[in-house]
Design a protein around this ligand. Structure first.
Ligand code: NAD
Ligand code: ZN
Length: 405
């Protein structure tokens, strides 16, 4: 029996519902998720309507339109004036909530603070979209707060870091760190839209550009050989200025990275399938990211993990020697590390055990199967890890010698 039959109007009124035997109603509903991810040039130009439209305003008539903007403090310092001019010219009445970015602020307290601003702003439940502007940290916090407040209010994402524009700001995962674990509290909560303007990237420092490049290299290695070749062709020019420019190669790199990520996410938005090739470089790195001092950025930890996975793939003849060398060289040329002093056998084995729990009992390790394709491995051994570590240590040694010379 299903709910429809149970409450069918054609059922005689006197039909008894309660039976002496057990009774089960099976609920079955699906959620339809639709949102646009758009690259918009000149997002903050008052003549560009994209942002106003995403906020639900289609003309700049005199009606003041209330919106809550939650923004990274650094982004507010750099772009606050432009944003005020933009919102002013479209006649918005903005409540600003300024939050510090950076991993240390990605916690429940920040999410609760955002929900307080939602209450203070007197948000309507459906009609007044919240605007999140900042890096992956800010967007994860705003997304999480939006999913909690009244069990879900609409929000839009405006990522301002490279990591945000090609990864953190375009999917549906939200969350905060909790109890020594990254993203331990979180939700899947789709934005109404995500708007990407690469000109924000011009004010990032080089380290945060390389941090995002790590995730682009990931997409290239497991999914897109052409992307790998493009990155390799300009590996010494992956700078903030280049990413903010309208250089065609960079544009192609951004589009391919975003398209590749969305293509991977769309059929598996809620991660029903735990063998995900976008988890490449994310098998051992969570433990490294947690334990490294001085702190590593997410992409840096991912880079160290990717280098190891390149060596593992080479050990299984899934990459040729030449492909492995090219992959490791690209990671290095992009300003990313390939080793770390604490990235040793012991840590790797513990990290893998932790990841196996996260992947529900199986290793499901994505490895490259040639550059630009992936396969999954469930039988990785300690011996393979030892050999891979040796290979990477040798490559690191060669790198250091080359720098000295
Ligand atoms: N939800 C997801 O699917 C997903 C995916 C990948 C990463 N993440 C999360 O994203 C976070 C990392 O994001 P991130 O690398 O963007 O870090 P971040 O948000 O900490 O930003 C990095 C720094 O750049 C500053 N900043 C932001 N935009 C700037 C700009 N345009 N110019 C100058 N400075 C600017 C910030 O204030 C911060 O100091 C991690 O917490 C990670 O877990 C989430
Ligand atoms: Zn990542």
């Amino acid at each position: 029996m299903n709910i429809q039959t149970l409450y069918s109007t054609s059922a005689p009124l006197h039909t008894p519902l309660a039976k002496h035997s057990d009774i089960t109603w099976r609920m079955h509903a699906t959620q339809d998720v639709k949102y646009n991810v758009s690259i918009v040039n000149g997002l903050l130009n008052p003549e560009n309507s994209s942002l106003a439209n995403a906020c639900g305003k289609y003309n700049n008539n005199n009606d003041k339109t209330k919106r809550l903007v939650v923004i990274d403090s650094m982004v507010f310092d750099l772009y606050g004036d432009k944003l005020k001019i933009y919102f002013g010219s479209w006649n918005f009445d903005i409540s600003w909530k300024i939050l510090s970015g950076d991993e240390i602020n990605k916690n429940m307290e920040s999410a609760i603070e955002v929900t307080k601003s939602m209450a203070d702003a007197g948000l309507l439940r459906r009609g007044e979209v919240v605007v999140g502007i900042g890096g992956g940290v800010l967007l994860d916090v705003v997304g999480f707060a939006s999913s909690l407040y009244r069990r879900g209010v609409p929000y839009i994402r405006i990522p301002t870091t490279l990591m945000g524009q090609i990864d953190a700001g375009i999917g549906i995962k939200t969350g905060v760190n909790h109890g020594d674990h990254k993203n331990r509290l979180g939700s899947y909560f789709a934005p109404s839209s995500a708007l990407i303007d690469t000109s924000f990237l011009g004010s990032l420092n080089q380290r945060h550009i390389s941090n995002g490049v790590a995730e682009i290299i990931k997409m290239a290695l497991i999914k897109d050989r052409a992307l790998f070749e493009l990155l390799d062709s300009i590996s010494s020019h992956l700078t903030p200025g280049a990413f903010a420019s309208d250089d065609l190669t960079i544009r192609e790199i951004m589009s391919r990275a975003i398209a590749g990520m969305l293509a991977e996410l769309e059929p598996n938005l809620w991660e029903a399938e735990l063998a995900r090739c976008v988890d490449y470089g994310h098998t051992f790195s969570p433990s490294l990211e947690l334990l490294a001092t001085p702190t590593l950025l997410h992409g840096e930890a991912v880079a160290v993990d990717m280098a190891l996975c390149v060596a593992l793939a080479k050990g299984r003849a899934l990459l040729t020697d030449e492909e492995a060398d090219r992959a490791i060289a690209l990671i290095g040329k992009s300003g990313l590390p390939i080793t770390h002093p604490i990235f040793e056998q012991d840590l790797l084995e513990k990290a893998l055990a932790d990841t196996v729990k996260h992947r529900d009992g199986l290793q499901r390790i994505p490895l490259t199967n040639g550059i630009g394709a992936a396969t999954f491995v469930n039988d990785l051994t300690s011996g393979e890890l030892t050999k891979a570590l040796d290979f990477i240590a040798e490559r690191q040694h060669l790198r250091e010698q080359a720098t000295v010379l």
